[in-house]
Design a protein around this ligand. Structure first.
Ligand SMILES: O=C(O)CC1=CCC(=O)O1
Length: 249
């Protein structure tokens, strides 16, 4: 299904697509926009069930989320783009670069993994959210997304992310959890041709730095950066991440 999208920045500039993590919306990238708009046309979109996108019943697979991006690129007449993704958005990026290499110019993978050790926690979370809704997850989620120091310093930013998560459709969130349960992208990493940068948050417990290092070691020529922050390190270390992204793209 074609997702909700927002295009911004200079109309004649090369396009970079920004992919979000589970439970977040296009607002995830607000802090990167001033830097990216200097040189790029920015295409942000929401995963199915998230933000302004429609929802279909789950379970989904990462392939479905990636097909949504390809449908959007086709609808906008974009043959080839660069792609940056945080967490689940990064998984979509790995899938696209591995399965549709002709569409991906350069790749940034932030706070992500090519596979989880076990599916069970994701299946349990899918069941929990179908029972109690996304609002019930918000407090625990922001505890994974931001360090205690950032939560204390920027409570209004954290509250905004919690509110956005609470607005995510329950079935859409659950379907994405099931995509994460089934996701294993390890076999595509060695065939990725797009020049790739991997970024991890030093305090990320959801996709710890060793997950990023594994990706960087497996994608030919990829480089690895460790920045301060937890799972949404692009928010917490916005300047560092923006500089890495701009330099790579
Ligand atoms: O559990 C979370 O919220 C962290 C996370 C894992 C995959 C993703 O996109 O976010």
């Amino acid at each position: 299904m074609k997702p909700h999208y927002e295009l911004s920045g200079p109309e004649d500039a090369p396009v970079v697509v920004l992919g979000n993590s589970l439970g977040t919306t296009t607002a995830l990238w607000d802090r990167q926009l001033p830097v990216l708009h200097r040189r790029f046309r920015v295409l942000r979109y929401d995963h199915r069930g998230h933000g302004g996108s429609g929802v279909v019943d789950g379970p989904y697979r990462i392939d479905d989320l990636a097909d949504d991006v390809l449908e959007l690129l086709d609808a906008l007449g974009l043959a080839r783009v660069s792609y940056c993704g945080v967490s689940m958005g990064g998984m979509v990026g790995m899938w696209l670069a591995g399965h549709a290499p002709e569409r991906i110019e350069r790749l940034v993978l932030c706070c992500t993994t090519a596979g989880f050790a076990t599916a069970q926690p994701w299946l349990e979370r899918a069941a929990a959210v179908r029972g109690s809704g996304t609002g019930a997850l918000a407090a625990a989620a922001v505890g994974r997304w931001f360090t205690p120091a950032f939560r204390a310093e920027s409570p209004e930013v954290v509250a905004g992310f919690a509110a956005n998560l609470s607005s995510v459709d329950d079935e859409g969130y659950a379907g994405c959890c099931e995509a994460l349960a089934a996701m294993d992208l390890r076999s595509v990493l060695p065939v990725i041709e797009a020049p790739t940068v991997v970024i991890s948050g030093a305090s990320d417990e959801a996709t710890p730095p060793e997950c990023g290092r594994f990706i960087a070691d497996s994608v030919p020529g990829a480089t690895f950066h460790l920045v301060p922050g937890a799972h949404l390190a692009n928010v917490e270390s916005a300047d560092e991440v923006s500089a890495i992204v701009e330099a790579h793209l």
